[in-house]
Design a protein around this ligand. Structure first.
Ligand code: NAG
Length: 277
C-alpha cells in the first residue's frame, strides 16, 4: 500500500511546486521594471504610476484547463485603476476569457467584470460585486475551461457558466490556444462609476499582487496539446446541484450587470446563448 501511495504523492507535489513558480511560468512583458517577480518566484507584483502601468503573460499557451491564480488587488483609493487577468488567443477572430477588476474609492466596492469572446466577438459582459474586500487578502480566481463549459469561479464559488451552445449557432472557444495575460493600467476615462471618478495620482504607485498560480491544463506546443495531469478531473466537469445553487446565490446577491437581461441594448432580441436551454 505505502509503495503505491508514495510515488503518486511525490508526483503530485512536484507538479504543484513547478506550477507555482512565476519565473518558470511567466514573463513580465511591459512596464519598465514596474512588474516584479519576488520571493524566489512565489510572488509577482504589478505597479501603476502616472507614467505607466505594467503587465505579464504566460510562457505557455493552453488549450483547455483549470487555471487558478490568487490576486490581492490595489488597496485604498483604487479608483480609475483596472487590473485585468485573462486568457486570450491572437488575431482578429481570437477567443478570450476575461476577469477585470475595476477599482473604486476607499470603502466602495470593486467591480468584477467578466466577458467571453469567441471568434473575435465579445459583448457578453456580466459584472459583480464581491462578498469580501479583495484588497485585504489574496483570493482565488479560477477559470475552468473544457469543451462544454467556461466556468468562472471566485474562491471556488462559480459565478458564471458560459456553456457550449454551438448547437444554437454560438461559437465556443475550443480550437485556439490561449495565453494568460495580466495587466494593471489606468482607465479613469471609463472604469470607475462610469468615468466620473478619476485616478488620484498622489496615491501612486498602485500595486496588485499575485501568488499560488496553478494550471491543471493542456499545454499547446508546436501544434499538439499535452495535458500535465489527469485531465479527467476537470475535462468532464460541470456544475453539480451544489455548484448551481452557489452560482445562483452569487448571481442573485452580487451580480450588478448581465448582458442577457439588457433588453435596451439588444432591441432586436437577446443573443441566442441568453435563452435558457
Ligand atoms: C463603485 O462604487 C459605486 C457606489 O457604491 C458602485 O455603484 C460601483 O459599482 C462601484 N464600482 C465601480 C467600478 O464603479
Amino acid at each position: 500500500m505505502a509503495s503505491l501511495v508514495f510515488p503518486l504523492l511525490a508526483c503530485f507535489l512536484m507538479a504543484t511546486a513547478s506550477a507555482g513558480n512565476f519565473y518558470q511560468e511567466f514573463d513580465i512583458t511591459w512596464g519598465d521594471g514596474r512588474g516584479k517577480i519576488l520571493d524566489n518566484g512565489q510572488l509577482l507584483t504589478l505597479a501603476l504610476d502616472k507614467a505607466s502601468g505594467s503587465g505579464f503573460q504566460s510562457k505557455n499557451e493552453y488549450l483547455f484547463g483549470k487555471i487558478d491564480m490568487q490576486l490581492k488587488l490595489v488597496p485604498g483609493n483604487s479608483a480609475g485603476t483596472v487590473t485585468a487577468y485573462y486568457l486570450s488567443s491572437q488575431g482578429p477572430t481570437h477567443d478570450e476569457i476575461d476577469f477585470e477588476f475595476l477599482g473604486n474609492l476607499s470603502g466602495e466596492p470593486y467591480t468584477l467584470h467578466t466577458n467571453v469572446f469567441t471568434q473575435g466577438k465579445g459583448n457578453r459582459e456580466m459584472q459583480f460585486h464581491l462578498w469580501f474586500n479583495p484588497t485585504e487578502d489574496f483570493h482565488t480566481y479560477s477559470i475552468l475551461w473544457n469543451p462544454e463549459h467556461v466556468i468562472f469561479m471566485v474562491d471556488g464559488t462559480p459565478i458564471r457558466d458560459f456553456k457550449n451552445m454551438e448547437s444554437k449557432g454560438v461559437a465556443f472557444p475550443k480550437s485556439q490556444p490561449m495565453r494568460i495575460y495580466s495587466s494593471l493600467w489606468n482607465a479613469d476615462d471609463w472604469a470607475t462609476q462610469g468615468g466620473r471618478v478619476k485616478t488620484d495620482w498622489t496615491k501612486a504607485p498602485f500595486t496588485a499582487s499575485y501568488r499560488n498560480f496553478n494550471a491543471d491544463a493542456c499545454i499547446w506546443s508546436s501544434g499538439t496539446s499535452s495535458c500535465n495531469s489527469q485531465k479527467s478531473d476537470w475535462w468532464n466537469q460541470e456544475l453539480d446541484s451544489t455548484g448551481q445553487e452557489r452560482m445562483r446565490w452569487a448571481q442573485e446577491n452580487y451580480m450588478i450587470y448581465n448582458y442577457c437581461t439588457d433588453l435596451k441594448r439588444f432591441p432586436q432580441g437577446l443573443p441566442p446563448e441568453c435563452s435558457i436551454a
